[in-house]
Design a protein around this ligand. Sequence first.
Ligand SMILES: [Zn+2]
Length: 383
Amino acid sequence: MNIEEKVRKTLAELGVNGAQGVESLFAELQKSAEAERAQLIARGAPNQAQAEKLGKALRDRWLARNGGLLSQVDEYWLKPAGKDLKPAVGRQFNELRRFTGELEFDRLIQALPLHKEACPPTELPLASAAVRPAPRDLTLPGLRRPLGSIHPVTRMQREIEDIFLRLGFWIESGPEIESIYYHFDALNIPESHPSRDDWDTFYVDSKTVLRAHTSPVQIRAMEKYGAPLYIIIPGKCYRHDNPDSTHSPMFHQIEGLAIDKDITFADLKGTLDFFAKMLFGEKVRTRFQPSFFPFTEPSGEVAVSCFVCDGQGCRVCKQSGWIELMGCGMVHPQVLRNGGIDPDKYCGWAFGLGVDRFAMVKHDINDIQLFFQGDVRFLEQFG
Ligand SMILES: [Zn+2]
């Protein structure tokens, strides 16, 4: 029985009643499709018109909506398949569709070698081609696979990294599964702090969490390198947030830390102002407002004047003229001490920002979920 006959019989009629039988049936089809393509290439065509005709014929034989081999597989194998076989048949059918799609029968038109004394133009061989493997032409172009592009969050992260690398910071990283000590205690976060609550932090066990911020790496880096220290810490963080347009249980942070002798809040302001101008344009201004974090004292929130409306008020800045960017502050003396650095000799400042949020602001994206859904229609806009 050749494949044309097989695709016009149901699986029951073919005596196939297990996943293994389904697999080998589909494997036979894949082999045939590949062999027919190779055979056509080996034969070539006497002229361009004939090449087009042959390429189209092969495409139609497999993929035509009415009467193509795949449509018959759908009709005779997939649709009538019993409950137990349906998942296996469906999976294999999708795989076959993908495979035949990648064979790009249409593009054979360009690839077919033209030669004057080609065999007379005949219709495609309808007998099972799988039994006659054709020689491969190694000079033909390979199968084309679409090129990806850099994810907008990665792109944003690299842009931010580049600015700080130019300022003399280096990149440091740490574990995403972190101990309670590095995550809370060493950062001066008291037992009573709400972020210790199960509802904010994912606990692996009573002493281990999925990190909710990149700050534990501050302590690890202080222990490892001592002072002076200029680092940025990019990485994934996790919080017990329900996904909505501004929250995601997994998100990306970049944290910066500078420790040296005689550095002040003025250095922090100058650095972040420079950073904002590099990222959003020379014209933006920065605004610092007091805030509170357990690991910095004093602490501040940084906003940048809206780079879209120049502070006049628009949709991007929600009519306020300002866009909240990040938190920052002077490193708490106890945190320095916890990292093994003498706060009487050294001081430091730090800041932390959400990379996803930066990418949303910069590209005017209104839903953080778009970053993580893998929808090509969204992602290819950033190619
Ligand atoms: Zn605005």
